[in-house]
Design a protein around this ligand. Structure first.
Ligand SMILES: [Zn+2]
Length: 287
């Protein structure tokens, strides 16, 4: 039973009635939105003659439903974007090991001359790294990828056009992965091709497709944000201060001028080698 004050009446008398009754003492003029809200929870008969309790309860139900759906979606979405969770398939942010090994990974290339300068430096340091390449860039800078392969670095797939693979159709996502795999295979790579989601965004469809393709998604646990930072020491110090065995370090050879990343690489490698660390490709570290 509800006690409601009659809004139509100028008196302050209260009207008492059961909310299931269809003949309460007053009705409200209804807008289209209110009527549609009512129809979600009540029959047409109930909604054709609007009564205050129905309207209030319907709006409350609608508000609660929208709030619950929104909160659930935001929580799932947050989880799907975090590096700590993926709904389907295999993904790695680091490798569980006690050995002093880490993997340097470089994204968004090939990007000459920076990628080639990096190859020269890594050769001098005796280090192999993993390059998550973008298909479009492979088509334009094929020679640089051949240079990477000739120097025994690992070539990973970082999609064809580096778009966030969320809100995309399964067909689009599959083509982004397959086109880049084909470009890498054409250059003679025979081993398993690891994938890295652009921006690390994955949500639900991408992991589902990667799982179907039996493809590993390689994320990272150390991001010194070299794309924002121009001081090599800041980039290097972040890695050196936070490194642990099995770390996957995110750096970039693509996306513009990469002098700071190259200089930071030298500091990272020399410092960690002095601490006993060895550098491996991601596939080597996963074995
Ligand atoms: Zn990227």
């Amino acid at each position: 039973m509800l006690k409601l004050r009659n809004p139509v009446s100028s008196t302050l008398n209260t009207t008492t009635f059961n909310i299931n009754q269809k003949k309460p003492g007053f009705s409200l003029r209804h807008s289209k939105l209110v009527r549609e809200s009512c129809l979600i929870f009540h029959s047409i008969d109930d909604c054709n003659s609007f009564h205050a309790p129905y309207v209030i309860l319907s709006l409350m139900y609608l508000l609660i439903t929208i709030t619950v759906i929104t909160i659930t979606y935001l929580l799932l979405d947050k989880l799907a974007q975090t590096s700590k969770f993926q709904l389907f398939g295999q993904y790695f942010t680091k490798v569980n090991t006690q050995e002093l090994v880490v993997a340097l990974t470089y994204d968004d290339g090939p990007n000459p001359p920076h990628t080639d300068q990096l190859i020269d430096l890594l050769n001098q340091l005796g280090v192999k790294a993993t390059f998550f390449t973008i298909g479009q860039n492979i088509e334009v800078h094929t020679q640089t990828v051949q240079n990477l392969i000739a120097n025994k670095h690992e070539i990973g797939n970082h999609s064809y056009s580096h778009q966030k693979l969320i809100w995309k159709t399964p067909a689009f996502i599959r083509s982004e992965i397959n086109k880049t795999d084909e470009l890498i295979r054409k250059l003679g790579v025979k081993q398993e091709i690891l994938f890295r989601a652009p921006y690390g965004y994955k949500r639900f469809t991408l992991p589902y497709i990667l799982n179907k393709m039996q493809k590993k998604n390689i994320l990272w646990n150390l991001d010194p944000k070299d794309y924002h930072e121009s001081n090599p020491e800041v980039i290097a110090n972040y890695v050196i201060n936070n490194v642990t065995p099995g770390a996957i370090i995110l750096l970039h050879d693509g996306g513009g001028e990469r002098g700071a990343t190259i200089a930071a690489t030298e500091i990272i490698v020399r410092t960690l080698q002095a601490q006993g660390y060895k550098f491996q490709t991601v596939s080597q570290m996963l074995k």
